[in-house]
Ligand binder design. Structure first.
Ligand code: SGN
Ligand code: CA
Length: 531
C-alpha cells in the first residue's frame, strides 16, 4: 500500500527525513525548490499585474504570468527602504537594528545566521547571483556569482567561488548575465538535492541604463505624470522640504538623463557625477557605445535645441526618466521569462516556488520624486508575487500585511524547518490558502536611518495598519538640516496619495493614539534604541 504522503508530489528534505527516517525511501518524490527573484528598486507601479497606469503602457507579460498562476500581494512592505538594509532583512529575518545593517554603507552583523546557512545545513543546494551588496561575504551558498558593490549595467564584474576573491569583467548586459549565472547554477547543481536560488538583479537601479535593443522602446508612448507630481508638501513635516530626491532639482541631465552632449556646455559642467556618466560609457565596447550614442544623440540634440525651461523641462525630464526605467524593466521581464522557460524545459515548474519582489519600492515621479527611503507608499511598499503550484491558487490576491523580514521564515517553513526562536519575521505560508488567519499581524513597523547621506532623507520610524500610517521624523540640532521631531498621520482609505497629514486633527486623535501605542509597543518589544 502506498504511504499517504507518497501521494503528494512535493516533499521537503526535512519532511522526507521525519516521515520516512531515510531519504532513500522516497527517491521518486520531487523535493521543493525555491527561487527568490529580487530586482533593485522595482516599483509595483511598473508591473502590469498591479494595474497601475504605467504598467498598462509598459506591460510585463512574464511577471503577469507569475501573478496569474500565483498570488499577488497588495500589502507587501519593507522595514527600511534601502538596498543593503533590505537585503539584511531578507537574509536574517530580523529588523535593521537587530541585524546591524541600518544604513547603506555599513552595518551587517555577520555573526547573525542567514537563512541560506540553515537551508544548506538541511540538505539544500544554495546559490545567489547578481547584486549581493552586503558588507560581508556571501554566507551559506554552494554557488555564487555576485556583482561588485552596486554592479554595472554594461560588462559588469562578478566574483565567483572559483575566482579567488577577484572580480572578473564579463561581456554583456547585467540583467542577461545574471540570468546566465542563474541557469548555469541550475544546470550544474547536484540534482539529488533541492535548491534555493536567489536571483538578485541590478536593474532598474539608478541611472537606469537600458539594454541596447530597447533604447528606443516606448519612445512614442506618452506616460502620464502622476497625480501627486506637483505636491506642494504643504501639510507635511520639514523632512520633505530638505530631501534631495526631486526630479526638478536633483535629477541631472547628464548622468541621470543621458544628455551626453551637454558635457561640453559650460553651464552644465558642474552637474553631479559627470565622471560616473563618463565611466559608464567608457566601460562599453566600441560597438556598444556606438549603438548607444547613435540612439540617444538625435533625441538629445532635439531636446537641446528646444531650450526647455520650467514645467516643460520638468515634464521632459520625467518622460526621459520613466522611459529609460521601463526599458530596463522590459529586459527584466524578458529574462524572468527566459528563466521560466528553462524551468519548464527541465520539468521543474511544479515543484519550485517562485517569488518575485524588489529590495524596496521606488518613486516614479510621485510627489515630484525619484529614489525611495520615505515611509510613503511608493517606496515603503514593494511588489510581491508568489507562485506555488498546488498550494496557491492562480490569480489570487493577498491583502494581509507582509514584510521583508518574512522571507527567511517563509523559506525555512517551505523546507519544513522550524525558524530559530530569535527570528522576528513570520512565515507567509499560512496566507497561501487565500484566507488571512485571524491572528495575523495587524501592524507593521518601519525604520529608516541613513542620514546624513545621499538624498538627505531624515531619519524616521513609524507604524502602519491596513488603513492608517503614523510617521515620526527625528533628529538633533547637530544634524545638517537642524533638529526635527515631527509626526504625520495618513488615512490611506480617504487619501491614498498621502497628501493630507492628519496628525493633530481632533477628529483623528483616537486613531493617532492607537497607532502611537502600537509604535511605542514595537519600540519596547523589539528594543529599538533610537527614535
Ligand atoms: C546610489 C545612488 C542613489 C541611491 C543609492 C542607494 N546614486 O548611491 O541614488 O539612493 O545608491 O540605492 S548612484 O548615482 O550611485 O546610482 S540602493 O538601491 O542601493 O539602496
Ligand atoms: Ca535598491
Amino acid at each position: 500500500m502506498k504511504h499517504p504522503i507518497q501521494a503528494t508530489a512535493i516533499l521537503t528534505p526535512a519532511l522526507i527525513l521525519s516521515v520516512f527516517g531515510t531519504s532513500q525511501t522516497v527517491e521518486a518524490q520531487k523535493p521543493l525548490n525555491i527561487i527568490h527573484i529580487m530586482t533593485d528598486d522595482h516599483s509595483y507601479q511598473t508591473i502590469s499585474a498591479y494595474g497601475h497606469a504605467l504598467g498598462k503602457l509598459a506591460p510585463t507579460p512574464n511577471l503577469d504570468r507569475l501573478a496569474a498562476e500565483g498570488m499577488l500581494f497588495q500589502r507587501a512592505y519593507v522595514e527600511n527602504s534601502l538596498s543593503t538594509p533590505s537585503r539584511a532583512c531578507l537574509m536574517t529575518g530580523l529588523y535593521s537594528h537587530q541585524n546591524g545593517q541600518r544604513q547603506l554603507g555599513k552595518g551587517i552583523d555577520a555573526s547573525k545566521t542567514f537563512f541560506s546557512e540553515i537551508l544548506q545545513q538541511h540538505g539544500y543546494q544554495t546559490a545567489v547571483v547578481g547584486k549581493w551588496h552586503m558588507q560581508c561575504e556571501p554566507k551559506g551558498f554552494d554557488y555564487y556569482a555576485v556583482l561588485l558593490d552596486q554592479g554595472e549595467y554594461y560588462n559588469p564584474e562578478f566574483k565567483t567561488k572559483q575566482s579567488n576573491g577577484k572580480y572578473i569583467k564579463e561581456n554583456g548586459y547585467a540583467t542577461k548575465l545574471i540570468t546566465d549565472h542563474a541557469i548555469e547554477f541550475l544546470q550544474n547543481r547536484d540534482k539529488s538535492k533541492p535548491f534555493c536560488l536567489l536571483v538578485h538583479h541590478k536593474a532598474p537601479h539608478r541611472n537606469w541604463m537600458p539594454e541596447l535593443k530597447y533604447l528606443n522602446l516606448y519612445e512614442d508612448v506618452d506616460f502620464p505624470i502622476p497625480e501627486t507630481f506637483y505636491d506642494d508638501y504643504s501639510t507635511r513635516c520639514d523632512a520633505v522640504r530638505t530631501e534631495q530626491m526631486r526630479i526638478d532639482r536633483n535629477m541631472t541631465l547628464i548622468y541621470d538623463l543621458k544628455v551626453d552632449e551637454l558635457k561640453n556646455n559650460s553651464a552644465y559642467q558642474k552637474e553631479w557625477n559627470i565622471k560616473g556618466w563618463d565611466a559608464s560609457l567608457d566601460r562599453m565596447t566600441p560597438e556598444q557605445r556606438n549603438t548607444w550614442i547613435s540612439s540617444y544623440k538625435p533625441r538629445n540634440e532635439q531636446f537641446i535645441s528646444q531650450n526647455l525651461v520650467g514645467k516643460e523641462l520638468l515634464k521632459w525630464k520625467y518622460e526621459r526618466y520613466i522611459k529609460d526605467y521601463v526599458r530596463c524593466i522590459k529586459t527584466i521581464d524578458d529574462e524572468v521569462g527566459r528563466l521560466i522557460a528553462y524551468l519548464e524545459k527541465e520539468g521543474l515548474m511544479d515543484n519550485t516556488v517562485i517569488v518575485y519582489t524588489s529590495d524596496q519600492g521606488f518613486y516614479m515621479g510621485e510627489h515630484g520624486w525619484f529614489d525611495k527611503r520615505f515611509m510613503y507608499e511608493e517606496s515603503y511598499r514593494t511588489p510581491l508575487i508568489i507562485r506555488y503550484p498546488g498550494k496557491i491558487k492562480g490569480g489570487s490576491v493577498c491583502k494581509a500585511l507582509v514584510q521583508n523580514i518574512d522571507y527567511a521564515p517563509t523559506y525555512l517553513d517551505l523546507a519544513g524547518i522550524k525558524k530559530p526562536t530569535d527570528m522576528v519575521g513570520t512565515s507567509l505560508v499560512p496566507l497561501f490558502g487565500g484566507k488571512t488567519p485571524k491572528n495575523w499581524r495587524k501592524y507593521l513597523y518601519y525604520h529608516y536611518y541613513d542620514y546624513p547621506a545621499i538624498h538627505m532623507v531624515r531619519r524616521h520610524d513609524g507604524v502602519s495598519d491596513c488603513r492608517y500610517k503614523l510617521i515620526h521624523f527625528y533628529g538633533t540640532a547637530s544634524d545638517p538640516d537642524a533638529a526635527i521631531n515631527c509626526n504625520e498621520l495618513y488615512d490611506l482609505k480617504t487619501d491614498p496619495n498621502e497628501l493630507h497629514n492628519l496628525y493633530g486633527n481632533p477628529k483623528y486623535i483616537k486613531v493617532s493614539d492607537r497607532l502611537q501605542q502600537q509604535l511605542d509597543k514595537f519600540r519596547v518589544e523589539q528594543k529599538v534604541d533610537e527614535y
